[in-house]
Design a protein around this ligand. Structure first.
Ligand code: HEC
Length: 136
């Protein structure tokens, strides 16, 4: 059996806990949230804010994470047969940008399709073009 002081302390604690559940302020006193509420005060440390990569960084990230496995960092392919060599001038000349974009977005042969925004697909086409090495 619990001693009396322990029981008293227990109920006192319960009371404090319940009293802590204060009523929310009435709606009439609540101020609507505005973006300024999230702005930092002048002089406040920004801290290590991680920013989403944008523009060219997105393309480099997608290329590194989704394409390099088959196409290699230099675009010349990982050596498996159907992967084209993007550095080959003849190959570059054999395709239009629209064809390349369609292949990336819809897949082609052994390459899966990639569900990416059109702007990213276009930037990937530019990336593929950047591997071109004009034949001497
Ligand atoms: C699983 C391996 C694999 C991955 C991952 C892959 N590819 Fe490919 N890719 C291939 C193969 C194989 C071909 C040749 C397809 C064919 O012509 O049959 C190809 C062809 C291409 C072509 C030429 C298409 C054409 O019309 O001739 C482009 C451009 C291309 N890939 C871009 C990319 C990009 C960009 C990514 C990443 C978003 C990517 N690939 C990821 C395997 C891959």
């Amino acid at each position: 059996m619990l001693s009396r002081p322990v029981l008293v302390a227990f109920f006192a604690l319960c009371f404090v806990a319940v009293a802590g559940c204060d009523k929310a302020p009435p709606v009439s006193q609540a101020t609507p949230w505005s973006p300024a509420d999230h702005e930092r005060l002048p002089g406040e440390d920004d801290g290590p804010v991680e920013r989403a990569p944008s523009g060219g960084a997105v393309v480099e990230l997608v290329w590194a994470q989704r394409c390099v496995g088959c196409h290699a960092a230099n675009g010349q392919g990982n050596g498996s047969a159907p992967v084209p060599n993007f550095s080959a001038d003849a190959w570059q000349k054999s395709r239009s940008n629209a064809e390349l974009a369609a292949s990336i977005a819809k897949g082609r042969g052994a390459m899966p399709k990639f569900d990416l925004p059109a702007s990213v697909v276009d930037a990937l086409v530019a990336k593929v073009r950047s591997f071109a090495e004009p034949s001497p």
